[in-house]
Design a protein around this ligand. Structure first.
Ligand code: XBP
Ligand code: MG
Length: 250
């Protein structure tokens, strides 16, 4: 195991409920729209990966074709998504999004052990940079040998494109890395790229199917009596992976 590849949304931090969802609602309000995504609706919409794609899906659902044709819809979605990214970055800067328990410790352990760190995420680069800076510090972006975001891989997870990008940048084989993901589509993307994967579930993903994960846990960290997953555990799980990277332990 030479590198840890982190997903961001739902894995590194609980970004969705108090971050992305709120930012979407702020963008809607700013644009004079009466759309409001509550937590339950947002959980449903999360089945569509990618914020702009999620927005397009919603617009197709509520706006008839004769009101807004395809090109106009794309245009509105792009503008709303740009505003949403601006709001998200501001929310992160105000401290509204925290790292999940155990992440800062794991990053520190991996750095101390000389492992390489990478990020494979569907979200936009501005969001990742803001999150790293405002949680781990302004220098944290440099700790990551590769960061692949939505802009780098237009086909969103479960497409493996973003993992292929990261592996190329790291110059490592898939089996030399371990991915950390929180969702079914995230796991599918990592597995399709051949990367052995540990899943840390969250309330939005607890009912996803995690077949082929090395292990499935509810948290990596110390909060709320959850077991503490460290580098030793990850190494043990990684060593137990089958040649195809899969091996369900829990
Ligand atoms: C995360 C996403 C992202 C965020 C929103 O999926 O689907 O789209 O919800 O971010 P994953 P953007 O954790 O599997 O990478 O609006 O910047 O797309
Ligand atoms: Mg995720």
């Amino acid at each position: 195991m030479h590198a840890l590849i982190f997903d961001i949304d739902g894995t590194f931090a609980d970004t969705e409920r108090d971050g992305h969802r709120v930012a979407f609602n702020l963008a809607f309000r700013e644009a004079g729209l009466d759309w409001r995504w509550d937590e339950v609706l947002y959980g449903e919409l999360l089945r569509v990966a990618g914020g702009r794609e999620r927005l397009l899906h919603w617009m197709r659902r509520i706006l008839p074709d004769d009101l807004l044709d395809g090109a106009a819809r794309e245009d509105v979605a792009r503008q709303l998504h740009a505003a949403k990214t601006r709001h998200y970055v501001e929310l992160v800067a105000r401290g509204c999004v925290a790292l999940r328990p155990g992440i800062a410790r794991l990053v520190e352990e991996a750095r101390t052990a000389g492992l390489r760190l990478a990020i494979a995420t569907t979200t936009s680069r501005a969001n990742v940079e803001a999150l790293l800076a405002h949680t781990l510090g302004p220098q944290a972006v440099d700790w990551f040998a590769a960061i692949a975001c939505g802009e780098d891989a237009p086909a969103k997870k479960p497409d493996p494109g973003v993992y292929a990008c990261v592996l190329r940048a790291l110059g490592l084989a898939a089996g030399q890395c371990l991915a950390l993901e929180d969702s079914g589509p995230g796991l599918a993307a990592a597995r399709a790229a051949g990367v052995p994967t540990v899943v840390t579930r969250n309330p939005y993903t607890h009912d996803h199917v995690f077949e082929g994960a090395l292990a499935v846990v509810d948290a990596l960290g110390d909060g709320a009596g959850a077991p503490c997953v460290g580098l030793d555990e990850l190494r043990r799980w990684h060593a137990a992976a089958r040649p195809d990277g899969a091996f369900l332990l829990h």
